[in-house]
Design a protein around this ligand. Structure first.
Ligand SMILES: Nc1ncnc2c1ncn2[C@@H]1O[C@H](COP(=O)(O)OP(=O)(O)OP(=O)(O)O)[C@@H](O)[C@H]1O
Ligand SMILES: O=P(O)(O)OC[C@H]1O[C@H](OP(=O)(O)OP(=O)(O)O)[C@H](O)[C@@H]1O
Ligand SMILES: [Mg+2]
Length: 285
């Protein structure tokens, strides 16, 4: 029987959340700290623990069928590869930054200057688009130190909380792109393995949808039912059940995480009581 080969970062920023999401879609794999390959116990799947930066080439060559990878790495090294699902973790930006004292306020102001980066293709793409000429210094890590040691006038690197920029006396002047972990596939995937990745994708969608929503249960006097039902759309429509106490009902529904507190305020203002909120593991649509 054919097995799906999926790449996951061996160690680093993506590893733990990648393993967590595989677990949430019901796939149990041994922790790969000391192994480079592991088989899932309950799905025809092998996990390859690889460097994030090496994964685009493995996908292109068909060594692996799919991968959980930082979108920024795909943009840098794998523009030809297909993203099939955005996974919502390891969110970050790839930005241009300069010393706080610099007069530069955008990428344009770096015309003729030196930019240190680990993402030369990404920077070049933007420089070409804006018709700017700059000298790139390609370094693999600790990029933020480059202006302080006189190596560059600006940098292009990952920004998340902004604390590395702050600690190195830099200011962000331009966001080139936003990134998150994604599931990407190989152009060489076989038909059998495509069917397996379709299954994985279906499960991922259910988990991601569940994370976006919360399950709520609340008690409502029957004369307020209509107003409350209007506030709560639910998946189709809310479930309404009679309570043992006459004149009251229990309502069950699903609320999007982003609207959550506003909806709760409205429910309370319209007479809802005993509101319970639960996380949702999966929403199978
Ligand atoms: N500070 C951060 N906050 C959020 N996400 C980040 C941060 N730094 C990196 N990432 C994301 O996580 C991915 C992996 O980053 P990490 O630093 O672990 O490894 P890497 O040096 O890109 O890869 P590797 O060493 O495995 O080739 C990045 O490509 C990016 O998408
Ligand atoms: O805005 P912040 O929250 O400070 O995050 C940004 C920093 O995080 C990443 O480095 P990481 O810690 O992964 O170290 P690395 O350079 O060894 O990959 C990235 O290269 C930045 O330096
Ligand atoms: Mg890093």
């Amino acid at each position: 029987m054919s097995k799906l080969k999926i790449a996951v970062q061996k160690s680093g920023r993506l590893h733990d959340d990648s393993m967590k999401i595989l677990k949430e879609i019901g796939i149990s794999v041994d922790n790969g700290k000391d192994q480079l390959k592991a088989s899932a116990r309950n799905f025809p799947l092998e996990v390859f623990y690889l460097r994030n930066g090496d994964i685009p080439q493995y996908l292109r060559d068909g060594v692996v069928d799919a991968a959980i990878i930082g979108e920024n790495i795909l943009i840098e090294k794998g523009n030809d590869l297909t993203i099939i699902e955005r996974l919502g973790f390891s969110k970050c930006k790839v930005s241009i930054a300069v010393p706080k004292s610099s007069k530069a306020n955008s990428l344009k102001d770096l015309q003729g200057k030196r930019i240190a980066t680990s993402y030369p293709n990404t920077v070049n793409q933007f420089l070409e688009k804006e018709h700017i000429k700059a000298n790139l210094h390609i370094i693999n890590g600790s990029v933020e130190i480059a202006p302080n040691i006189g190596l560059a006038d600006g940098i292009c690197d990952i920004v998340s909380s902004g604390s590395t920029l702050f600690k190195n006396g830099l200011k962000e002047v331009e966001v080139l792109l936003k990134s998150e972990a994604v599931l990407a596939t190989s152009p060489k995937i076989s038909t059998d393995n495509q069917a397996l990745i379709d299954k994985i994708q279906f499960r991922l969608k259910s988990v991601l949808k569940g994370r976006e929503n919360k399950y709520v249960l609340l008690n409502v006097p029957n004369d307020k039912l209509e107003q409350i039902i209007d506030i709560l759309p639910g998946m189709k429509s809310p479930t309404v059940l009679p309570l043992a106490q006459e004149g009251w009902s229990s309502i069950h529904s699903v609320i999007n995480k982003n609207d959550f507190w506003n909806v709760i305020d409205e429910l309370k203002a319209n007479g809802a009581e005993g509101i319970l909120v639960c996380p949702i593991e999966n929403m199978v649509l």
